[in-house]
Design a protein around this ligand. Structure first.
Ligand code: C5P
Ligand code: MG
Length: 294
């Protein structure tokens, strides 16, 4: 941090003897009674004073800089870096002019899947649930990721993003090829900032995020009820607690990331499914009109 000041200081000090040399020559000429020409004593004084002044100023600033508390800036660097997306690794597969992507986020049991089904029925979206795609891959015979996915899901942890992003990209390609549909609801994704960066840089930038806001006690009741029939490995109290924690610590920062870009639409998800859907439609009214792709 101090290198530039040190260099400035050193070069200032080195400059003094070099430019001081002519003064000795001039002094000798003066001693000879100016026999070799007109007096030159006044010429070098100003440059020398200027150099001395520059050197002193550099030294003053160096001393001042050493008094500054360094860690204040450095302590904040890691947090800032976390918020900076890495440079894109490739051009996205789909452009947002061609394809609309709505991310659907909310805690476990917030009702994302239920509301996505309503939007599919009424507006012709393709619904892709990251959790469903992961479970499908987990159960696919011969999958090299089956065991890994199973462990992550049971522990309520986020599966490494490469797996989930690849599953989503493949599912989007299939839906476009088979159904000719270009509007996607991507449910339960991105659940971690790295997934958001990767998907938006490599697959498709999102149009906006629909966020279902629901208190934990309401979600807990819904999940325990669902667990009676869902057959899901993670609808039990131990896994639910871990999933809540992952949501707060890892997934909610994704909502904040998009909110800072003005790209989050909030829905109160505490109501009945019908009540929540009425709010969804109200919130999306203007957006839905402009989303139809050719
Ligand atoms: O969305 P859903 O509740 O079905 O997700 C179930 C589990 O799948 C999550 O708790 C998590 O372990 C995994 N998952 C993930 N990354 C996602 C979505 C789900 O790792 N984007
Ligand atoms: Mg779901």
């Amino acid at each position: 941090m101090f290198a530039p000041s040190r260099v400035l200081l050193r070069s200032s000090l080195r400059a003094i003897p070099r430019t001081a040399a002519p003064r000795r020559v001039v002094s000798a000429a003066a001693a000879r009674g100016f026999a070799s020409g007109p007096p030159k004593t006044s010429m070098p004084v100003l440059p020398i004073l200027a150099i001395l002044a520059a050197g002193s100023t550099a030294f003053y600033y160096l001393v001042q800089a050493r008094k500054d508390p360094l860690p204040a800036i450095e302590a904040h660097q890691p947090a800032q870096q976390q918020q900076i997306a890495p440079p894109p690794t490739k051009k996205p597969t789909f452009s947002p002019q061609q394809v609309s992507v709505i991310f659907v986020l909310g805690g476990p049991g917030a009702g994302k899947g239920t509301q996505c089904a309503n939007l599919v029925r009424d507006y012709g979206f393709v619904h892709l649930s990251a959790g469903d795609l992961l479970r499908e891959e987990q159960n696919r015979a011969g999958s090299e990721f089956g065991e890994l996915i199973k462990t992550y899901i049971r522990e309520g942890k986020i599966v490494p993003m490469e797996v989930t992003v690849a599953l989503l990209e493949n599912a989007m390609k299939s839906a476009i090829a088979a159904q000719g549909k270009y509007k996607f609801l991507i449910d339960g994704f991105p659940r971690k900032l790295d997934q958001a960066y990767k998907f938006e840089s490599d697959v498709c930038p999102s149009t906006f995020t629909l966020f279902f806001d629901c208190p934990e006690e309401v979600m807990l009741k819904r999940l325990l009820k669902r667990g009676e029939t869902s057959g899901r490995d993670d609808d039990n109290i131990e896994s639910i607690k871990k999933r809540f924690r992952t949501f707060t610590e890892t997934s909610y920062p994704v909502v904040e990331y998009f909110r800072a870009q003005g790209k989050v639409i909030d829905v109160d998800a505490t109501n009945t499914p019908e009540g929540v859907y009425a709010h969804v439609k109200k919130q999306l009214k203007d957006k839905l009109k402009t989303m139809d792709k050719a």
